[in-house]
Design a protein around this ligand. Structure first.
Ligand code: 5GP
Ligand code: ZN
Length: 116
């Protein structure tokens, strides 16, 4: 999608600190990190949100999650624990409408994650 921020990062039109890239997925450091490690793992294909995942996207979305697990190991947050977050829609705080998995770790995190 031409006017999508994360599609621009996929194309290299906007710079990002890339942590992983393969034929289907890109992971990059969040510009406003909420923890010592805060990566965004995205499909290169434009999918607007969890609500827009089609049956044929299942393997791709599974790959996004598996890459997140690999990156957690690579970035040293596997042992301590980490959070994987998919915000969907305005009330959940989704601001970029290209599916992205937040991989967050390196500090203790509270639960529930949604204070009133
Ligand atoms: P959301 O709120 O949609 O779940 O997450 C969007 C995330 O994208 C936010 O954590 C925000 O900091 C990050 N973000 C927004 N614009 C940019 C950008 O231009 N570059 C990078 N690396 N991250 C961005
Ligand atoms: Zn996009």
């Amino acid at each position: 999608m031409s006017d999508c921020l994360f599609c621009k990062i996929v194309r290299g039109d906007i710079p990002a600190k890339i942590a992983w890239s393969d034929d289907r997925v890109v992971a990059f450091h969040d510009i406003n990190p909420q923890a010592p490690v805060h990566l965004l793992v995205i499909p290169k294909k434009h999918i607007a949100s969890v609500s827009a995942i089609a049956p044929e996207d299942e393997a791709l979305v599974g790959h996004v999650v598996r890459v997140a697990g690999d990156l957690a190991r690579e970035f040293g947050i596997e042992a301590g624990g980490y959070r994987t977050v998919l915000n969907t829609g305005a009330e959940a705080g989704q601001t970029v409408f290209h599916l992205h998995l937040h991989l967050v770790g390196g500090r203790p995190m509270g639960w529930p994650p949604f204070p009133a």
